[in-house]
Design a protein around this ligand. Structure first.
Ligand SMILES: [Zn+2]
Length: 335
């Protein structure tokens, strides 16, 4: 039993590395420039031209969180730290703080307050994609003819729950009135989930109106607390949803999530192919979890046994590290 399709994020493409990715079984890959694109084609991997993210840097207003969430984010991102600290010293403190706060890097939170380390833009406020559309045009402008499609990432809420800016609160109030609902956690979950899916789908429609041949690949991230596996509401061609995060999950959870991601992929849209996503970090000293090659192998076996034949991995660069590369080659490689 092997995987037939394998997508890697963070692909670094010099000739030797591109060959290693291909041998590990990577079939689909994110490319950020022409050199990566050419190497992907040369080694038989389908290139996805760049990744769209609704970040503050494209001109979107930052999402607004509760005061406690703002405080948490300042702490884990080290806003208070002395600017004179070296990068190494700074990172050491950040790792310590993130371990102390059980920060999960956008994966399912294990404590009440957990946020992204930087703010995502308020995409709900971008009515008719005025700002988003400009950024998509920029990315599409130099997209090569043979690009397979485009990737989307970081579409979600900085605090995993919702945005509390004036626009969002007004829209939520209107939603409650229109649907005659009380202000409950369920209503909030429903509102913010539907806005997420609606934005994703508007972005996908926009890209396909310009490039009808494009396939869209996504990783549903950061986690949405009210509904972890809402990805099937998105009309992406390849929908990556987390079945094993960077921090180790138990076998039952990996099995259950894999089955859902695969079996329920077409609940809303017929074109969607579910892709089990696993988080991989090969650095023992990082606060971003750590898995040995044997643990990664165990996860791949569980996903295969649960029916998964497609796979998505980040950090992509760890796929080709010693020990891990051999595991991927065994379960994804063509030989
Ligand atoms: Zn907002």
């Amino acid at each position: 039993m092997k995987f037939r399709q394998f997508f890697s994020w963070n692909y670094t493409g010099n000739e030797q590395r591109a060959a290693k990715y291909a041998e590990a079984g990577v079939t689909d890959v994110l490319v950020c420039n022409r050199k990566q694109y050419d190497l992907a084609l040369k080694y038989g991997m389908r290139p996805y031209w760049k990744c769209f993210t609704p970040s503050v840097s494209i001109g979107l207003p930052p999402q607004v969180m509760s005061p406690d969430e703002e405080k948490y984010q300042e702490y884990i991102s080290g806003k208070d730290l002395d600017r004179k600290l070296s990068g190494k010293e700074r990172l050491k403190i950040l790792h310590k703080r993130r371990i102390e706060k059980q920060h999960r890097y956008g994966g399912e939170a294990v404590v009440e307050i957990d946020t992204q380390s930087s703010k995502i833009g308020c995409f709900i406020s971008d009515k008719d994609l005025k700002i988003t559309g400009k950024q998509l045009d920029l990315l599409l402008k130099d997209a090569p003819d043979k690009a397979e499609g485009m990737a989307l990432d970081f579409i979600g809420y900085t605090n995993h729950k919702g945005c509390y800016c004036k626009n969002c609160l007004a829209a939520y109030k209107k939603f409650l009135a229109d649907s005659k609902l009380a202000d409950t956690p369920e209503s909030k979950g429903c509102f913010y989930r539907d806005r997420l899916a609606a934005y994703y789908n508007a972005v996908i429609d926009y890209i396909k109106s310009k490039r009808p041949d494009f396939k869209i690949i996504i990783h549903v991230y950061p986690d949405f607390r009210y509904d972890h596996l809402y990805g099937n509401r998105i009309k992406a061609d390849y929908c990556g949803q987390t079945v094993a995060w960077y921090f180790k999950w138990n076998q039952k959870k990996i099995e259950k999530y894999t089955k859902f991601v695969i079996e329920r992929a077409k609940d809303y849209y017929a074109n969607v192919e579910g892709m089990p996503f696993i988080g991989l970090n090969a650095d023992k000293n990082s606060s971003l979890g750590f898995k040995t090659p044997a643990e990664v192998e165990q996860e791949l076996k569980i996903i295969l046994a649960a029916g998964g034949r497609t796979l998505m991995v980040c950090n992509g660069s760890d796929i080709i590290k010693d020990g891990y590369w051999e595991v991927f080659r065994k379960y994804c490689g063509k030989k």
